[in-house]
Design a protein around this ligand. Structure first.
Ligand SMILES: Nc1ncnc2c1ncn2[C@@H]1O[C@H](COP(=O)(O)OP(=O)(O)OP(=O)(O)O)[C@@H](O)[C@H]1O
Ligand SMILES: O=C(O)[C@H](O)COP(=O)(O)O
Length: 397
């Protein structure tokens, strides 16, 4: 991938940077986890120090091509000014009059943040010509392009892909670091190579599981998706999350794992409750004894110990998706146990994805005890699946 250095002397140049500032906000629009903003800083400060005029484009949520103040990047602009210490101007639009005026008025060493790029329907359009026309308007604001929004490099969107075909383009430091770290786990991992998968949606992660059955030595399954696996084993799962239409596929995975010699570990016990609520009474039951009127909301303590042991004896560990409903204290122990085992391990440890990364931070773990915490959810999963990502391949050459 082309580096920022390949763009030459950037003093006085207008540099368009695509960042991923899709951060979680509370009801009062306070940023609850600014990990993605912090992760963007190395590239932004490198460009600011080089005397560039830094124009940042980013999205927040999925406003579906409509201007919607609920999805304004205003909270991000304020935080960006705090953490960079430089002047940050939020343009009222992405490529319109306000954006052009802000860029024309900016000085070297300053940032202009363009308003949510997804307020423009063309950004995510499936029509190549429509996207290209919008990308040309973005490109007209700048001299060169730096792609640094790792969380969106799996999207073939105007501000990620098309603009890189118009302007001289390079990968930012975050995109490089993410690709290097995740590649180390995907190609040639030190073994035993263990992948811990959790979260709520089995269907979203089927492609990854299929791919990992020929790559990983151990697969540890937790979170909401575990119950579809338990059902495939013939266990009753009560009112737990269950994707019935995936049971046959999952049965196939269990057979492939056996045939390939992959250790596929499922919960042996689980924490259940009568309702999905923070104050629901929690009970530990064996994985084959889930009561009909209860739902599994976390892996149980025996499972947590087994998974921690499997992690501690591995040389590469990749984790995506929480082991339980960690947002509720009563169901956070499984996620904490996995995070603790990873943080204490000497292995190359990668946390892939939004919710798991946020879980690690909100549960109070020191980020430096993990080898790499990815800022990308879908993007890191697609890399694990072995897919070519459009926002990466466009930077090669
Ligand atoms: N047993 C369970 N029942 C219901 N929900 C669960 C269960 N275990 C975990 N979850 C929920 O799964 C959610 C995370 O699922 P998701 O698949 O989106 O994870 P992720 O892959 O880390 O996210 P991202 O795609 O942002 O990277 C959490 O909000 C958590 O509360
Ligand atoms: O949150 C994410 O994973 C990225 O910002 C991508 O968002 P998207 O799934 O809406 O494209």
């Amino acid at each position: 991938m082309k580096t920022i250095e390949s763009l030459g002397d950037l003093k006085g140049k207008r540099v368009l940077v695509r960042s991923d500032f899709n951060v979680p906000l509370d009801a009062d629009k306070n940023i609850t986890d600014d990990g993605r903003i912090q992760a963007a800083l190395p590239t932004l400060t490198t460009l600011l120090d080089a005397g560039a005029k830094v124009i940042v484009t980013a999205h927040l949520g999925r406003p579906k091509g409509q201007v919607n103040p609920d999805y304004s990047l205003a909270p991000v602009a304020a935080r960006l000014a705090e953490v960079t210490g430089v002047k940050v101007t939020l343009a009222k639009d992405t490529v319109g009059e306000s954006a052009r005026a802000a860029v024309a008025a900016m000085s070297e060493g300053e940032i202009v943040l363009l308003e949510n790029v997804r307020f423009n329907a063309a950004e995510t359009s499936k029509d190549d010509a429509e996207r290209a026309a919008f990308a040309a308007e973005l490109a007209a604001l700048a001299d060169v392009f730096v792609s640094d929004g790792f969380g969106v490099v799996h999207r073939k969107q105007a501000s990620v892909y098309d603009v890189a075909t118009i302007l001289p383009a390079a990968a930012g430091l975050l995109v490089r670091k993410e690709i290097e770290s995740l590649s180390r786990a995907v190609t040639n991992p030190e073994r035993p190579y263990t992948v811990v998968l959790g979260g709520s949606k089995v269907s979203d992660k089927l492609g990854v599981i299929a791919n990992l059955l020929s790559k990983a030595d151990r697969l540890l399954i937790g979170g909401g998706m575990a119950y579809t696996f338990l059902a495939a084993h013939g266990h009753e799962v009560g009112t737990s999350l269950l994707e019935k239409d995936q049971i046959d596929t999952v049965k196939g995975y269990l057979a492939t794992a056996k045939a390939n010699g992959v250790e596929l570990l499922l919960p042996v016990d689980t924490v259940v409750a009568p309702a999905f609520a923070a104050d629901a009474p929690a009970t530990v039951v064996a994985a084959d004894a889930i009561p009909a009127d209860q739902m599994g909301l976390d892996i149980g303590p025996k499972t947590a110990a087994l998974y921690a042991e499997a992690i501690s004896t591995s040389k590469t560990v990749v984790w995506n998706g929480p082991m339980g409903v960690f947002e509720f204290e009563a169901f956070a122990a499984g996620t904490k146990a996995v995070a603790k085992a990873m943080s204490e391990s000497d292995a190359f440890t990668v946390i892939g994805g939004g919710d798991s990364a946020a879980a690690v931070r909100t549960l109070g773990f020191d980020e430096s005890t993990f080898s790499h915490i990815s800022t990308g959810g879908g993007a890191s999963l697609e890399l694990l699946e072995g897919k070519v990502l459009p926002g990466v391949s466009v930077l090669e050459g």
